[in-house]
Design a protein around this ligand. Structure first.
Ligand code: DHK
Length: 149
């Protein structure tokens, strides 16, 4: 059994309430409950965090260095600005999956580039909150394959 972190960045605490036409009507609690169920089914421990503060996200990535086999991360707007989050992920040896609820490539140009993408094993955008499920299942698949080899 591995530990997997799910880290959500700024404004994702308002999921379900802000711009539902972009981010949907599910709350973060709804999404995290579903992810916990999926993690249980595939036999992993999931730890979910959300913060509007860049340093807290960095601290959780540092904590993952000692404890987690994979990080699922939606850095929110920090995707487009934060070299510090990229540096923290570069100091982490496990799997990284980047999730965006919306299709950032169909939105404003400033959302098209993410500093995190070059570090991630996989990037998912535009699948709504289902993107977290896919990222979690893919992380579990790679963890299982690595354990076999
Ligand atoms: C979430 C945000 O808060 C935005 O700042 C990003 C991302 C897109 C998402 O689609 O989940 O640009």
């Amino acid at each position: 059994m591995a530990t997997i972190f799910c880290i959500n960045g700024p404004n994702l605490n308002l999921l379900g309430k802000r711009q539902p036409e972009v981010y949907g009507r599910e709350t973060l609690a709804d999404v995290e409950a579903r992810l916990q169920r999926i993690a249980g089914e595939v036999g992993h421990e999931l730890r979910c965090h959300q913060s509007n503060r860049e340093y807290e996200i960095i601290d959780w990535i540092h904590e993952a260095r000692e404890t987690a086999g994979a990080i699922l991360i939606n850095p929110g707007a920090f995707s487009h600005t934060s070299i510090a989050i990229l540096d923290a992920l570069n100091a982490y040896d496990g799997l990284v999956f980047e999730v965006h609820i919306s299709n950032i490539h169909r939105r404003e140009e400033f959302r098209h580039h993410s500093f995190v993408s070059g570090r991630a094993e996989g990037v998912i955008a535009g699948f709504g909150t289902k993107g977290y499920d896919f990222a979690l299942l893919r992380a579990a698949e790679i963890i299982a394959a690595n354990a076999r080899s």
